[in-house]
Design a binder for this molecule. Structure first.
Ligand code: PBG
Length: 331
C-alpha cells in the first residue's frame, strides 16, 4: 500500500504556510531580474510610453536614477534601449556606432555613478537607428542582408563595450554574428565583456509596445520573418542555440517568454547553459490590461508568471516589472 492513499496524502505538506515554504522547489529573488529601460534625449525628461502603462523613457539623468534604484533593490542588471531622435535615423543606422550616441552616454553615466554595483546589458541590432525600422541593412527589395549587417553590428558592439557595457546582447538574429562580435571584443581589449545571445527569438506579435517605446513601430514596413523565427518551430531553436554557444555566447535568451516555456525547458535540458527569458512588452501590457480591466491581480499575475520561467529552467528574466517585483519580494 506504500505510495497510495491514505499513506500518501499530497495535501499534507500543503496544509500550512510554513510547510509550503519548506517544500517550495523554486524561488524568485531580485537577483533573478533584469530591468529593461528606454533612454531618450534631453535632461530631466520623462516620457510615459502610452502602450506600456507604468513605463517611461528617461533622459540619461533619469536612467542613472533608475540604475541607483536597481542597485538599492538588489536587481543585478539593467538593459538599455535608445529612442534615437528621428533626424539621427538613417538607412544604414550609422548612429549605432557614434561613440557619443544615447546608448553610450547612458552607459558611461551609469558606470560613473554605480561602477560595478550593477551590470549594464546593451542591445545590438539596428532597429532603433534605421529609418526603415529593420534590425539590419536592407537591399532594394527590403531584404535584410546578413553579412553586411554583421559587419555593422560588430562596430556597434565594440562601440558599446568601449563605453563600458558589461553584457552585449545581440537581438538581430543574423547568422554568424556571435562569432564575429566575440572576435572583435577579444581584439579590442574586452575579454571579460559577456555575450548574452538572443538565440531563439521569434517573429512575434508581442513586440508592438516596444516598437512604440523605441520609435521604430511607425517606421517599420512589413515584418521581420526573414530573420526572426517561426513560432511553430522548436527543433530549429535548438540549432540556433547550439550555434550561438559554439560561436562564443556566454548565455542564451529565449524571446518572447511565456508562450515559449517549452523552448526554455528544452534548451536547459539539452545544453546546460545559463538561459534567460525576455518577458516582452506585449506580455507586460497584457498583465497591465488585465489589472485595469479588473480581470486579475497584477502582483499575483506577475509573480506567478516569473516563477514559471524559473521553474522551466531560467537563470533570470528580463521584465519591465522588475523594479515593482523586487519591491514586492523585498517586502
Ligand atoms: C529589436 C528588439 C525588439 C525587442 C527587443 N529588441 C523588437 C523587435 O524585434 O522588433 C522586443 C522587446 C519587447 O517587446 O519588449 N532588435
Amino acid at each position: 500500500m506504500t505510495g497510495s492513499y491514505p499513506n500518501t496524502r499530497m495535501r499534507r505538506t500543503r496544509a500550512h504556510g510554513w510547510s509550503r515554504a519548506l517544500h517550495r522547489e523554486t524561488v524568485l529573488t531580485p537577483a533573478d531580474l533584469i530591468w529593461p529601460l528606454f533612454v531618450t534625449s534631453g535632461k530631466g525628461v520623462e516620457e510615459p510610453v502610452v502602450t506600456l502603462p507604468g513605463v517611461s523613457r528617461w533622459s540619461v539623468d533619469g536612467i542613472v536614477a533608475r540604475a541607483k534604484e536597481a542597485v538599492d533593490l538588489g536587481i543585478p542588471v539593467i538593459a538599455l534601449f535608445p529612442n534615437t531622435p528621428r533626424e539621427l535615423r538613417s538607412d544604414d543606422g550609422a548612429e549605432a556606432h557614434n561613440p557619443d550616441n544615447l546608448m553610450c552616454q547612458a552607459i558611461r553615466a551609469i558606470k560613473d555613478a554605480c561602477g560595478n554595483d550593477i551590470g549594464v546589458l546593451t542591445d545590438v541590432a539596428l532597429d532603433p537607428y534605421t529609418s526603415h525600422g529593420q534590425d539590419g541593412l536592407i537591399d532594394d527589395t527590403g531584404y535584410v542582408i546578413n553579412d553586411e549587417t554583421v559587419a555593422v553590428l560588430v562596430d556597434q558592439a565594440v562601440n558599446q563595450a568601449n563605453a563600458g557595457a558589461d553584457i552585449i546582447a545581440p537581438s538581430d538574429m543574423m547568422d554568424g554574428r556571435i562569432h564575429a562580435i566575440r572576435m572583435a571584443l577579444e581584439m579590442n581589449g574586452h575579454p571579460n565583456v559577456q555575450i548574452m545571445s538572443y538565440a531563439a527569438k521569434y517573429a512575434s506579435a508581442f513586440y508592438g509596445p516596444f516598437r512604440d517605446a523605441v520609435g521604430s513601430g511607425g517606421l517599420l514596413k512589413g515584418d521581420k520573418k526573414a530573420y526572426q523565427m517561426d513560432p511553430g518551430n522548436a527543433d530549429e531553436a535548438m540549432r540556433e542555440v547550439a550555434l550561438d554557444i559554439a560561436e562564443g555566447a556566454d548565455s542564451v535568451m529565449v524571446k518572447p517568454g511565456l508562450a515559449y516555456l517549452d523552448i526554455i525547458y528544452r534548451v536547459k535540458q539539452r545544453f546546460d547553459v545559463p538561459v534567460f527569458a525576455y518577458q516582452v512588452s506585449g506580455e507586460y501590457a497584457m498583465i497591465e490590461a488585465a489589472q485595469a480591466a479588473g480581470i486579475g491581480d497584477r502582483d499575483a499575475l506577475v509573480l506567478e508568471k516569473l516563477i514559471a520561467f524559473k521553474r522551466a529552467g531560467c537563470s533570470g528574466v528580463l521584465t519591465y516589472h522588475a523594479a515593482h517585483v523586487a519591491r514586492l519580494l523585498n517586502g
